[in-house]
Design a protein. Structure first.
Length: 237
């Protein structure tokens, strides 16, 4: 996998934390992993799925060795309870084990003050505009109705520390707590929370500032912006 997608949330979730969590995984399954779900349904064992829910940090995980229709309903029930952690994974067993896609969630601050939802996929042609549009479309759909504290799409970067945090030597916990006031990073696609977007002048001001293009407002005033290159070294189309 070469693409990492992430969104961070806090208690300001309009439909509740559990509902937003269900929506993230459901959207990932329908949009990012649709081909994998179909391949597994055809049988043959080339693509298999599994899932896991960890209700509380000290609990044993509830494992789903296979995620069919019935198991998916049970998995969503676990997500709706807003567990400490959850994961949905797709594998291939063609000769050797290969991970094809994953979606995860995890509480990153005590008391569920902030939690992270993420996804990983493989894009064979990262300079293809259509492939990139699918990734941004997933992020918009997954965040529909929410106001995340931060979001991003990265290529070949699965580090929890954002680029801006690394350059400024900000502690991750400090950055997380201040993410409605200060931008946490400049990724290929960056999601600004509504409060920060408004303070910076909205989508038009963000785009005219320099590094961003294709800024758009969605949901509750959240802005999603792309850098002026699709990926490093690749011109925009």
């Amino acid at each position: 996998m070469n693409v990492y997608i992430e969104a961070l949330f806090d208690t300001e979730v309009p439909n509740g934390q559990g509902a937003s969590l269900v929506h993230w995984f459901r959207t990932a399954r329908a949009r990012l992993f649709a081909d994998l779900v179909e391949a597994e349904a055809k049988g043959g064992g080339e693509v298999v799925s599994e899932a896991q829910v960890v209700p509380h940090i000290d609990d044993s995980p509830h494992d789903f060795p296979h995620v069919g229709v019935e198991e998916w309903g049970q998995f969503e029930e676990g997500l709706a309870a807003f567990p400490w952690a959850a994961a949905l994974l797709f594998f291939s067993y063609r000769g050797e084990l290969s991970e094809l896609g994953r979606a995860r969630s995890l509480h990153v601050l005590r008391g569920a003050a902030i939690w992270r939802a993420s996804a990983g996929v493989t894009v064979s042609c990262p300079d293809d505009a259509a492939s990139c549009a699918v990734l941004v479309d997933f992020l918009r759909k997954a965040l529909d109705g929410s106001n995340p504290t931060f979001g991003r799409i990265e290529l070949d970067n699965f580090d929890e520390l954002t680029n801006l945090d690394a350059v400024l030597r900000r502690k991750k916990r400090t950055s997380l707590r201040e993410s409605r006031r200060f931008l946490r990073g400049y990724s290929w696609a960056t999601v600004c929370p509504a409060e920060l977007s408004a303070r910076l002048g909205g989508a038009a001001a963000l785009e005219s500032a320099g590094p961003f293009t294709g800024c758009s407002r969605f949901g509750r005033g959240v802005c999603c912006c792309r850098l002026r290159t699709l990926w490093p070294g690749t011109p925009t189309r």
